[in-house]
Design a protein around this ligand. Structure first.
Ligand SMILES: *[C@@H]1O[C@H](CO)[C@@H](O)[C@H](O)[C@H]1NC(C)=O
Ligand SMILES: *[C@@H]1O[C@H](CO)[C@@H](O)[C@H](O)[C@H]1NC(C)=O
Ligand SMILES: *[C@@H]1O[C@H](CO)[C@@H](O)[C@H](O)[C@H]1NC(C)=O
Ligand SMILES: *[C@@H]1O[C@H](CO)[C@@H](O)[C@H](O)[C@H]1NC(C)=O
Ligand SMILES: *[C@@H]1O[C@H](CO)[C@@H](O)[C@H](O)[C@H]1NC(C)=O
Ligand SMILES: *[C@@H]1O[C@H](CO)[C@@H](O)[C@H](O)[C@H]1NC(C)=O
Ligand SMILES: *[C@@H]1O[C@H](CO)[C@@H](O)[C@H](O)[C@H]1NC(C)=O
Ligand SMILES: *[C@@H]1O[C@H](CO)[C@@H](O)[C@H](O)[C@H]1NC(C)=O
Ligand SMILES: *[C@@H]1O[C@H](CO)[C@@H](O)[C@H](O)[C@H]1NC(C)=O
Ligand SMILES: *[C@@H]1O[C@H](CO)[C@@H](O)[C@H](O)[C@H]1NC(C)=O
Ligand SMILES: *[C@@H]1O[C@H](CO)[C@@H](O)[C@H](O)[C@H]1NC(C)=O
Ligand SMILES: *[C@@H]1O[C@H](CO)[C@@H](O)[C@H](O)[C@H]1NC(C)=O
Length: 715
């Protein structure tokens, strides 16, 4: 402890020793007032701000070396991902106190801190020396004030709101006073009322970066001349253009290096105008309706590093000329109408790191694909996504040479034969999905030898045999494991219990014929999805009252017996159908009956449950699907079962329920499937059924009246 402390003291005195500037009292007080209005818990990052000492040495504060005035305040949240916990924890949160006394500020970055939904502070317009202003993700709301137009030295302006459309602009004339602006980001600001926007932007001769993503822009007027031709980066993504075209002035921005038009409602062919933009490094046109083939000129873009055409309607083949795009690093052509093989020339793309060719009809042998990429790119490829691409053939041992591979997605293809042992050499691999192919043979320790970082492993829907020793300790900690239809042996493999962070586990249809281990839930406290269906698991079922995270549990088609387990009230879906559970369901339905149940899907079909249906369904209001068919329930249809207003499907077929159909069922207005046939219900089919259930598509009321005769109702 002591030496560490000594070192940090030395470094501090060294820092302040090299600088003899001291901040002014007035500026120091302004900073202290600013800190005072923040919530204490969140302001750890500015703990150094306190009454003593020189504020020029405080975190985030920089002073002019000669005058001592604070000229830079950088309180940017150190984390990028605004959805991460780290970001949330690092936010400064609180009221926004005026910084007016910092008159010499030229650089102000408050991005990623949350000032409780206050009106955008107009006083910032009087900080006339500002060159850099970053207020992105700051929680301000309302109109962006025209006073910002007084910041005539501004070169960088970032105003992205925390929630899209929390900020808006009514009139953008003030922007024209910011004639030195180089970088403007108003992504997420509602600009639908700023009809003068484009002409105003056209008066900014030095603009290099313009980001207007998600601004509710739908139309741009034509521009006779483009004055902001120094633009290098343009982001207009997530604005749905009503004329379905890329605005033609874009094609005159000859310095453009970055163009993002994601989700822009662009239709027709890939526009020829793009040919002019030969400096492009980044081109994103995903989620549009482009319907031509890939034009030949695109292959001439030798500087292009990022090309994303995902989710369009492109047709034709990928040309051999793609081998000319030697700078390409990220290539995504997934989900298009493209057909034909991956050209051999792609092997020349030595800078390629990520290739996405999912959902296009490659009709290719997978070993040929590995062969193509076996050249200069082999030890650099990081992401390969070829889901549902009609790949067939055998995986060759060449797989082992892709030493940098992080994500490999080959599911839903026709790949056959064994998984080569060289898989175990992919030491960078994090996620592997080989599900729904025709793979066979066995998987052993050697296949996983060096997969230390693996967290996702799916081989569902093949005919693989898992053949590892009972004492095997895997080198990885998985979060998701899919072994559906693999032969894993008669028990849940022991090594699975070493995986302490599992969220998703599917070992259905895999030949397990044992009981459920009693300490099961203690081993998987984080499990959310669990599928053990279609095995021969037998014995009693442990209670699930401690499975706090479990949302979906499928144990259908096993040989479980005894009473139903108690379940934690927040579970979403439970399928215990086709087992041999027996006894009453009273304890199950009425357990913690005052608590609202999260259950949406409950399937208890085809067991040996009996007794009356309890009248405890009041708090099962989230139920969408309820199947109690093929059991031995008797007695009346309980009133509370008719109160489930979200219910879409109710199946009670093949029981011995009797009495009438209660009028309370009228509340289930969303029912689209009702099957109460093969019971002993009596009376008439109520008139209201046809009127109430306008969504009813399947109705089976085959009522068996005391077994004496059958009546079929056709609706
Ligand atoms: C002020 O001092 C710092 C640290 O000594 C130095 O990095 C910086 O370049 C100086 N700035 C000016 C404008 O002299
Ligand atoms: C503003 O800050 C965010 C991080 O909070 C950063 O991503 C963004 O690039 C900054 N804007 C400018 C113009 O520097
Ligand atoms: C600049 O500030 C003056 C006075 O502070 C104000 O009257 C004027 O409207 C501001 N200019 C702009 C463009 O906002
Ligand atoms: C664009 O530039 C031209 C020539 O430099 C100039 O005459 C014109 O006024 C400018 N247009 C705008 C809207 O600033
Ligand atoms: C492409 O889309 C445009 C605009 O929707 C349409 O007019 C044209 O017929 C389409 N072309 C083809 C070949 O589908
Ligand atoms: C392409 O650039 C040339 C020369 O800069 C220009 O004349 C032409 O209008 C541009 N094409 C389009 C479609 O904008
Ligand atoms: C494809 O893009 C359209 C919009 O053009 C969007 O509605 C759709 O959800 C996208 N599909 C996928 C799978 O992302
Ligand atoms: C790609 O390069 C080859 C060889 O240099 C050349 O013959 C071909 O025309 C180029 N293709 C395109 C579309 O520029
Ligand atoms: C695993 O990695 C080690 C060290 O990097 C290496 O010596 C060994 O050969 C690798 N094993 C396999 C099966 O790739
Ligand atoms: C794998 O399947 C192929 C046919 O697709 C068959 O010839 C081979 O014997 C199978 N191998 C194993 C180990 O089952
Ligand atoms: C489940 O809990 C109930 C009530 O506490 C208890 O009676 C029952 O024995 C438990 N079932 C099992 C299998 O532990
Ligand atoms: C349900 O809540 C009521 C009133 O709060 C209480 O009297 C009753 O004991 C509770 N029932 C159960 C089963 O918890």
């Amino acid at each position: 402890m002591l030496p560490l402390f000594a070192i940090s003291t030395i470094s501090i005195s060294f820092c302040s020793g090299s600088s003899n500037v001291r901040c002014t009292q007035r500026e120091k007080q302004a900073l202290l007032r600013f800190k005072q209005d923040l919530n204490i818990g969140n302001s750890l990052r500015i703990a150094s701000w306190n009454g003593d000492g020189d504020c020029c040495t405080w975190a985030g504060v920089a002073c002019d070396n000669f005058t001592g005035h604070v000229h830079k305040l950088n309180l940017r949240n150190p984390y990028d991902d605004s959805l991460s916990y780290a970001f949330m924890w690092s936010m400064l949160v609180g009221k926004f106190n005026t910084l007016l006394d910092l008159k010499h500020l030229s650089y102000l970055d408050l991005s990623g801190n949350y000032f409780e939904a206050v009106q955008f502070p107009a006083f910032l317009g009087s900080m006339r020396k500002l060159k850099y202003l970053n207020l992105s993700l700051c929680g301000f709301v309302g109109m962006i004030p025209h006073q910002l137009g007084n910041l005539s030295h501004l070169q960088y302006l970032d105003l992205r709101p925390y929630y899209p459309s929390n900020l808006y602009v009514e009139n953008s004339l003030w922007l024209s006073s910011l004639s030195l602006l180089k970088h403007l980001d108003m992504s997420g600001v509602d600009l639908s009322k700023a009809s003068d926007l484009l002409p105003v932007i056209n008066t900014l001769p030095f603009l290099e970066v313009l980001q207007l993503s998600y601004c509710q822009l739908h139309h741009f007027p034509p521009l006779p001349t483009v004055n902001f031709s120094s633009l290098t980066k343009l982001d207009l993504s997530y604005n749905l253009f009503d004329n379905s075209l890329i605005p033609s002035w874009v094609f005159r921005l000859s310095h453009l290096m970055y163009l993002d038009l994601y989700y822009s409602n662009i239709q027709g062919p890939i526009p020829d105008g793009l040919q002019n933009l030969t400096s492009l490094r980044y081109l994103a046109l995903s989620h549009n309706h482009l319907n031509s083939s890939i034009p030949n000129w695109l292959y001439k873009f030798i500087h292009l590093e990022y090309l994303c055409l995902y989710n369009n309607s492109l047709v034709g083949v990928i040309s051999e000329d793609i081998g000319n795009m030697t700078s390409i690093n990220w290539l995504d052509l997934s989900l298009n109408g493209l057909k034909g093989k991956i050209p051999k020339s792609m092997g020349r793309l030595c800078n390629l790191r990520s290739v996405f060719l999912s959902c296009i009809e490659l009709n290719q042998d997978v070993s040929e694909v590995l062969d193509i990429f076996s050249g200069c790119v082999a030890d650099r490829l990081e992401n390969v996504y070829l889901l549902s691409s009609q790949l067939s053939g055998l995986l060759s041992n060449q797989l082992g040479q892709f030493k940098s591979l992080v994500n490999l997605q080959l599911s839903v293809n026709l790949i056959s034969g064994p998984i080569p042992a060289s898989l175990g050499e992919l030491s960078a691999l994090r996620s592997l999905d080989l599900s729904f192919n025709k793979l066979n043979g066995s998987l052993s320790e050697i296949h996983f030898a060096n997969l230390t970082g693996l967290y996702l492993f799916y081989v569902c829907g093949n005919s693989l045999m898992l053949n590892v020793s009972p004492s095997w300790v895997p080198p990885f900690q998985l979060q998701e494991l899919g072994l559906r239809s693999c032969h894993v042996g008669s028990q849940i493999p022991l090594w699975v219990f070493s995986q302490k962070s599992l969220i998703y586990l599917d070992i259905s249809n895999s030949g397990i014929s044992s009981t459920i281990p009693s300490r099961f839930w203690e081993s998987f406290p984080t499990l959310v999805y669990f599928n053990l269906s279609h095995n021969q698991i037998y014995g009693a079922m442990p209670n699930l009252t401690e499975a706090f995270e479990l949302e979906l549990f499928d144990l259908s088609s096993n040989n479980l017996l005894g009473p139903l387990p108690l379940i934690f009230p927040h579970m979403n879906a439970l399928d215990l159908s086709d087992n041999a559970f027996s006894g009453s369901i009273f304890h199950f339905v009425c357990y913690r009956m005052n608590e609202t149940k999260g259950m949406k899907i409950l399937n208890l079909k085809n067991n040996q449950l009996f007794g009356e249906l309890p009248d405890c369904w009041m708090n099962w209001k989230n139920l969408l699907v309820l199947n109690l068919g093929s059991n031995s329930f008797h007695g009346n249809f309980p009133n509370s079962l008719g109160m489930l207003s979200s219910l879409q499907s109710l199946h009670l077929r093949r029981n011995s329920l009797s009495g009438g159909i209660p009028a309370s069922l009228k509340n289930s207005r969303d029912l689209n499937s009702l099957d109460i046939g093969e019971n002993k219900f009596s009376g008439n089919v109520p008139m209201w059924i046809g009127e109430t259930f306008t969504k009813l598509m399947i109705l089976n009321l085959r009522i068996i009246l005391m077994g004496s005769y059958q009546q079929n109702f056709a609706i």
